[in-house]
Design a protein around this ligand. Structure first.
Ligand SMILES: Cc1ncc(COP(=O)(O)O)c(C=O)c1O
Length: 428
């Protein structure tokens, strides 16, 4: 772990910003205002800020639509027929995959279900699923309804892992022990890559290896990991994953999701799946004939023609990611979050108002810190908001703060610290 020597002074924060080679990316984003002042926006874990370039990307497609109408599908430099291909290099880099292992399509919850159609094939012996307790509701509902769809009882099928008594996050050794315990009865591990409530980044490599060692599969919901944590899905041998683009990928509310399917399944036409014409062999698609022939790789899981306007906004952000470089972003992110953590500990100390529950080790977290509020409840969050801090409150009692390396500065973190210090006079 890198050890930093931080200071709680404005000049120190400004110095960190001056030395930060990514600091100029901040000016490529629109910041919301609170009380007439630019907000301290720490909510990229929920909705990433809008890149200023989104407008141009959208306008270009609106012009194509206006000028070319239906011909836009096949004409022009970015014919819509191929539009998904442009996003593949950046997506592959962001999740650590080959281009044929990823594709942008649908929305996250839809993709969670579609991937289960292929990868959850319970038998009388092997049917159980391991998930972290308190998974995001959409994942819980997806698992519950998928299990019922197969005529099984969620109570007997789903194993929800909770942290040990007195702990807030799961230990990798406990996840692995449970996988081994379930052995031949385990069909899959299907959990978050990065837990939305605690901010814990799971060891996907170790979890996948453990799942495979008992003959089970491993799939991950990367909503909070894509564009945030360093991911190597291919090398980790993960079977499948899906994510959304509106959090750290800054692509706009409700915008398109993405999937990863490991290349060992690329030609598995025998896998059960729900077919649609956009997943059908591209060369034959417009013959309009019977007989579904899935495309090679992740593309074979597509159903419908691509949301061109959504992808245009997505591409604006992906271009920025490629320019900044994932590794550079991750390096800055570790330092930025460590600075936030340092200041929170320094200022809140023994106040008893809050406790950071996100792991301390940067390898076990992304940029988000989750603060368990012991005193003051949501009033603490409201107080910060009144002073210009946009984080988010998650029931029952957590405030999530996510300083993102693309558009947050060390000065943002310092300013938040000043607000925190003031608010503690009220709640401590
Ligand atoms: C971890 C996680 N999974 C699933 C979802 C649901 O995403 P969508 O509404 O795009 O399907 C979210 C949304 O915030 C999420 O955070």
């Amino acid at each position: 772990m890198t050890s930093y020597h931080f200071q709680y002074t404005e000049s120190f924060a400004r110095e960190l910003d001056e030395k930060d080679s990514l600091s100029h990316f901040r000016y490529r984003f629109h910041f919301p205002k609170l009380n007439g002042k630019e907000a301290i926006y720490f909510c990229g874990n929920s909705l990433g800020l809008q890149p200023k370039s989104v407008k141009d990307h959208l306008e270009k497609e609106l012009n194509n639509w206006a000028d070319l109408a239906v011909d836009g599908h096949f004409h022009g430099e970015d014919a819509w027929f191929h539009v998904r291909k442009k996003s593949k290099p950046a997506l592959a880099e962001i999740v650590g995959a080959h281009e044929h292992e990823v594709v942008a399509m649908n929305n996250l919850s839809v993709n969670l279900h579609l991937l289960m159609v292929s990868f959850y094939q319970p038998t009388a012996e092997r049917y159980k699923i391991i998930v972290e307790a308190g998974a995001f509701p959409s994942d819980q509902y997806m698992l519950e309804t998928q299990i019922k769809f197969h005529g099984l009882d969620p109570e007997k099928t789903l194993i929800e892992l909770s942290p040990r008594a007195g702990e807030h996050t799961l230990r990798t050794e406990d996840i692995i022990a449970e996988i081994q315990k379930q052995g031949d009865s385990l069909a899959m591990v299907n959990m978050a890559g990065l837990q939305y409530y605690t901010g814990q980044l799971f060891d996907m490599k170790a979890i996948t290896a453990a799942a495979h060692s008992v003959g089970a599969l491993a799939g991950f919901d990367l909503a909070h990991a894509a564009g945030n944590a360093a991911l190597k899905l291919h090398d980790w041998d993960v079977d499948f994953a899906t994510w959304c683009s509106y959090k750290y990928l800054n692509s706009g509310p409700g915008n398109i999701s993405g999937i990863f399917v490991h290349e060992r399944f690329a030609e598995r036409a025998d896998l059960p799946r729900f077919g649609g014409w956009w997943g059908h062999d591209e060369g034959e698609r417009f013959r309009m004939e019977k007989g579904f022939v899935p495309m090679f790789g992740a593309d074979g899981w597509q159903l419908a023609n691509t949301d061109v306007l959504g992808l245009a906004a997505h591409q604006a952000s992906l271009d920025i990611f490629q320019e900044a470089g994932i590794e550079n972003l991750r390096a800055k992110s570790e330092k930025l979050t460590a600075y936030l953590e340092f200041l929170i500990r320094e200022i809140s100390g023994e106040s008893g108002v809050l406790e950071i529950i996100t792991p301390k080790n940067p390898a076990e977290r992304g940029c988000q810190l989750s603060l368990l509020i012991h005193r003051g409840g949501k009033a603490v969050f409201d107080e910060w908001y009144q002073h210009g801090v946009v984080g988010d409150w998650r029931n029952p009692n957590v405030i999530r703060l996510a300083p993102t390396p693309l558009y947050n500065s060390f000065l943002d973190v310092f300013r938040f610290a000043q607000i925190l210090e003031q608010s503690l006079k009220k709640f401590a």
